[in-house]
Design a binder for this molecule. Structure first.
Ligand code: N2P
Length: 352
């Protein structure tokens, strides 16, 4: 009898440490970009499933990769962009997506269900897509700065000396400079990349900062006037100051798709995997995807969400570009072994 009581006590203690209101405490770890989800969604998800989501932030695909390669474990869902998904698949860093565990797949726009970087969505589910262009303030302009020249032509950039921010993102900065020069943003030519590096070095004296997480705040405080940046970040700033605007320059721009991917680490644990699929399925629900889009102001690959997305977002050409603009957008693409050349020249830019 005593033994049974003791056993019961032990069970009670064990349950007590892992439970809350009779439910097992479950924690899901996501590693994502800054301000990339309506925080309300974390609360709603926890209320519905009992799963708490803990978020950690990275500033670029390269930072994400370095962190995982450095041996960081514990992340369940990560959010790499297109070319990084392809690189991670190649390096065998992502689990396969078991589509039979998702109930919301039909909500996706077919344009996004067979992406070149992850054919047939074998690994990841698209989360948001957008463009990388120029944030500006109408106080400085009669007509929108419709060219990368305002950032990359030293004479024009000089007018905004100390007021320009560039993303702290190797592929994005080279990508913009390469597009301005008329080259592919995923070039592997040393001559082209050298030209881009020299161009960036020529305008570097006018750059206030390389920043990817809070650069839109610098526009709001007036510290910067021109920002190389991601569409949604700048539109969210516009919500606080209507003079701030965003443009996809006439030369074209980088387009990206960010994706919900499962780490190999999480895939080894049934409990973690179970939370992962609940989370991905939840985010891909039309009502949740719409709430999220209305908060981040990026375009959603979730077609069924459109009913709930604000009309002003759906009809905004810089978010859902028209066919002519769309044709000028390019993925960064993988560059294979040339990655080392990019890294070397990026270091030269940052340390010079
Ligand atoms: C959100 C950043 C968007 C990520 N703050 C661009 N790939």
């Amino acid at each position: 009898m005593k033994k049974i009581l003791l056993a019961m006590l032990i069970v009670l203690i064990a349950v007590g440490t892992t439970s809350c209101g009779g439910q097992k405490e479950q924690v899901l770890h996501v590693y994502t970009w800054s301000e990339y989800i309506d925080p309300e969604i974390y609360t709603m998800f926890q209320e519905e499933t009992g799963i708490q989501v803990v978020e950690d932030i990275f500033g670029s695909n390269e930072d994400l990769l370095a962190k995982l390669q450095g041996g960081a474990t514990g992340y369940d869902v990560i959010v790499p962009s297109d070319y990084m998904v392809a690189m991670m698949i190649e390096m065998d860093m992502l689990a396969e997506l078991d589509k039979s565990r998702l109930t919301t797949l039909d909500n996706l726009d077919p344009t996004f269900t067979n992406p070149p970087f992850d054919p047939n969505m074998e690994h990841c589910l698209p989360y948001f897509w957008g463009t990388t262009g120029i944030g500006f303030n109408w106080n400085d302009w009669d007509e929108a700065p419709n060219s990368w020249a305002y950032i990359f032509d030293p004479e024009l950039a000089q007018e905004f000396e100390g007021q320009i921010s560039l993303l702290d993102d190797m592929r994005e900065v080279f990508g913009a400079a390469l597009i301005y020069l008329g080259y592919s943003p995923g070039t592997t030519s040393e001559a082209e990349l050298t030209e881009a590096r020299d161009l960036i070095l020529a305008i570097k004296p006018y750059v206030h900062t390389f920043e990817s997480d809070t650069y839109e705040d610098l526009m709001l405080t007036g510290e910067t006037a021109l920002a190389h940046g991601w569409s949604g970040d700048i539109f969210v700033a516009q919500g606080e100051d209507e003079n701030i605007d965003y443009i996809i320059p006439q030369e074209g721009a980088v387009m990206w798709v960010d994706n919900l991917c499962i780490t190999k680490d999480a895939a080894e644990d049934d409990d973690r995997l179970d939370m992962v699929y609940q989370w991905i399925d939840y985010l891909n629900r039309p009502d949740i995807a719409a709430i999220n889009t209305n908060w981040v102001w990026y375009a959603s690959p979730n077609k069924a969400a459109e009913d709930g997305i604000l009309e002003e977002i759906l009809t905004y050409p810089a978010i859902y570009p028209d066919a002519e603009t769309f044709a000028k957008l390019q993925y960064l693409g993988t560059v294979g072994d040339a990655t080392e050349m990019y890294s070397r020249m990026w270091t030269e830019i940052k340390t010079e």
